[in-house]
Design a protein around this ligand. Structure first.
Ligand code: ZN
Length: 290
C-alpha cells in the first residue's frame, strides 16, 4: 500500500478551472463576463465584480481568463467614467465568495487581478511610452524599448506555528494583526523577499512578528489571493524556543491557544479565527480536525 499523504497537503485545490489567456479555437459554448467595476457611482469600492452573460459596451477592454464547466469566462474592464453596468447589483469580491462556487470565485478573482494589472501598466515603467497588448501572450509590451510586462503574482508565506506533540494538548500561536478590521486571531503571514526561499521567509517572518524560533517547515497547500495579487503558500512549523514579543506596528497581540479555546469561539471565551474563505482559516480548521 502506498504511504498515506499528509492529511493537510492539498487542503486547497487550484484545479477548479482552466486559467487560459486565449479562447480555444472554434469555441461554441456560452460566454460569461466578469465586469470589474470602478465606476464613480459604484458605492461598493474597488473590488466590485458583476457577472453577466453580455457586455454592456463593445468598446470596453476585455481579456479571456479561462474555462469553467464548458463556459468561456472573460474579464471586462469597466472604465472609471462609465455608468455602473450592474445598476448597483455588483458585489464586493470577498462577499461574492459566499454566493458562488469556488471555481466561479477564483475566476472572478482572476478577472479582477487581470483588469487591475492592465489598468496599472498602460505606460512602460522604463520609458513611459504607452504600451500595447503583446501578441500571443498575456503581456503589455512597449513599442519604444521592448519591455514586456506580465501580470504580477507576489508570493507570500502563511504559517501555523504549533507547540508540543500532536494531540489534544498541542497549542498553536495565533496573532492579531494591526490591520485586521475585527479582533481576529490568525496565522502569521508575510511577503517573500527577493532572493529568499519560502522556508527562509517562514523562519524570518515568525521571528520578526512574534520573536520566536521555529523549525520543521512543511508545505501544506496554496491559494491564489487577489488582494491585490498574491499567491499565499501555506506551511506548518514547530516552535523551538523564545518568548512572544510582538512586532510594533504589525502585531497587536499574540498568544498560544489550545484546540478547545479555538473551538469555543469568542462568545464562549475563546478566540475568533478567520473564515475558511482564506487559507489561514483552512489551515486552522485542518489542525483542529487532527
Ligand atoms: Zn519602454
Amino acid at each position: 500500500m502506498p504511504p498515506t499523504p499528509d492529511s493537510i497537503v492539498s487542503l486547497v485545490t487550484t484545479s477548479h478551472y482552466e486559467a487560459l489567456n486565449e479562447i480555444p479555437a472554434g469555441f461554441e459554448g456560452r460566454h460569461r463576463y466578469v465586469n470589474v467595476i470602478t465606476a464613480s457611482d459604484n458605492p461598493r469600492g474597488q473590488n466590485t465584480v458583476f457577472v453577466d452573460d453580455r457586455v454592456e459596451h463593445e468598446s470596453w477592454d476585455r481579456y479571456f481568463i479561462g474555462l469553467l464547466d464548458g463556459e468561456a469566462w472573460w474579464a471586462v474592464d469597466v472604465p472609471p467614467d462609465a455608468a455602473d453596468p450592474s445598476y448597483g447589483a455588483g458585489v464586493d469580491l470577498r462577499q461574492f465568495h459566499a454566493m458562488v462556487s469556488e471555481g466561479e470565485w477564483l475566476l472572478a478573482a482572476r478577472a479582477l487581478q487581470t483588469a487591475e494589472w492592465a489598468r496599472t501598466h498602460r505606460f512602460c515603467g522604463r520609458c513611459a511610452t504607452p504600451t500595447h497588448p503583446a501578441p500571443g501572450e498575456r503581456g503589455l509590451t512597449c513599442p519604444q524599448c521592448g519591455l514586456v510586462n506580465y501580470p504580477r503574482v507576489a508570493p507570500a508565506m502563511i504559517t501555523l506555528v504549533t507547540r508540543g506533540e500532536m494531540g489534544a494538548d498541542q497549542e498553536v500561536l495565533l496573532a492579531r494583526g494591526a490591520r485586521f478590521p475585527v479582533p481576529m486571531y490568525s496565522c502569521l503571514a508575510g511577503f517573500v523577499e527577493p532572493g529568499e526561499d519560502l522556508e527562509g521567509a517562514v523562519i524570518r517572518e515568525v521571528k520578526e512578528e512574534v520573536g520566536v524560533d521555529v523549525d520543521d517547515v512543511r508545505y501544506v497547500g496554496s491559494q491564489p489571493w487577489p488582494f491585490p495579487h498574491s499567491l499565499m503558500v501555506g506551511f506548518r512549523c514547530n516552535y523551538v524556543g523564545g518568548d512572544i514579543v510582538c512586532e510594533e506596528g504589525e502585531i497587536l497581540d499574540a498568544q498560544w491557544y489550545t484546540k478547545d479555546q479555538v473551538r469555543a469561539g469568542p462568545e464562549a471565551g475563546g478566540v475568533m479565527v478567520p473564515p475558511t474563505i482564506s487559507i489561514a482559516g483552512k489551515i486552522i480548521q485542518s489542525w483542529l480536525a487532527e
